[in-house]
Design a protein. Structure first.
Length: 267
């Protein structure tokens, strides 16, 4: 998409990855690479400008994306036309550079066209992109060559967001054994998963919106909880990324039980 208009909304994020530009590019442009850090499943039709990538987070969350710019190892652009109605569009630009011996991946998400929903949409995607860029780094630095299995579930919540977030970070949420109340990146927490307590390290936290925890004792699996945007009602998602096939088999039922506990707690 060539557009000389000024964006009405912009989100900018970046992550430094200890991997080559070629490895980062492959993670951005191939179905195998994408589904190891971003969607549960991906399909790529074609190569270069004009190709189409379809992302899927289950039957109810699947969408196609057009590739509008393609400079291997340097720049990729995804284009979403008429996303919020006629005359609106969203671009997601990925730019790769080398900084300090690592690959710096810069993401710029830009919205075009008048729409009252852009603010809420961008506030919601900031949490998601912050987590997914972290997941991209962990995949390339720690799990390259392995295939991720993602367990995911979403459910609607009407409990006030502040109260729901407070429950999530307490034993009342059914996930954590105990906390001091305030949770910060780098904190170690005790998580109820499987039939025992496992250690979790907080890697990403956006207060009231999202938390990602790494599970060192479970092959560095990653548990991500997201409070999506919404007013009286909103969705909460629980995502578990597992890169060890044996661990994935062991964690399927415990994950389902944890999801149900959280769902019951936030009613």
């Amino acid at each position: 998409m060539n557009d000389d208009r000024k964006p009405v909304k912009v989100l900018e994020l970046a992550v430094d990855v200890d991997a080559s530009p070629q490895e980062v590019w492959k993670a951005l442009t191939t179905a195998e690479g994408l589904q190891n850090w971003f969607p549960q499943a991906a399909k790529v039709d074609g190569t270069g400008v004009g190709s189409v990538v379809t992302f899927s987070f289950g039957p109810e969350m699947s969408w196609p994306t057009n590739v509008a710019a393609w400079e291997p190892g340097k720049h990729l652009r995804w284009s979403h036309e008429d996303m919020m109605g006629p005359g609106t569009a969203m671009l997601v630009d990925f730019t790769l550079t080398t900084e300090g011996g690592k690959t710096r991946l810069r993401l710029v998400q830009s919205a075009f066209g008048a729409c009252d929903a852009w603010d809420n949409f961008f506030e919601g995607t900031e949490a998601g992109w912050t987590y997914f860029l972290y997941n991209l780094r962990i995949y390339l630095e720690t799990h390259l060559g392995q295939r991720r299995r993602m367990f995911l579930g979403r459910f609607e919540v009407t409990l006030a967001r502040e109260a729901a977030w407070k429950k999530l970070l307490s034993p009342a949420g059914g996930l954590l054994v105990a906390t001091s109340g305030d949770v910060h990146a780098g904190d170690g927490l005790d998580l109820r998963l499987q039939d025992r307590v496992v250690r979790a390290i907080v890697e990403v936290i956006l207060d009231g919106r999202a938390i990602a925890m790494r599970l060192p004792d479970l092959a560095d699996s990653i548990l991500f909880v997201e409070f999506e945007m919404g007013q009286d009602a909103y969705h909460v998602g629980l995502y578990l990324s597992v890169y060890d096939p044996a661990r994935a088999g062991e964690l399927e039922e415990p994950y389902a039980r944890a999801l149900q506990r959280l769902k019951n707690a936030l009613r």
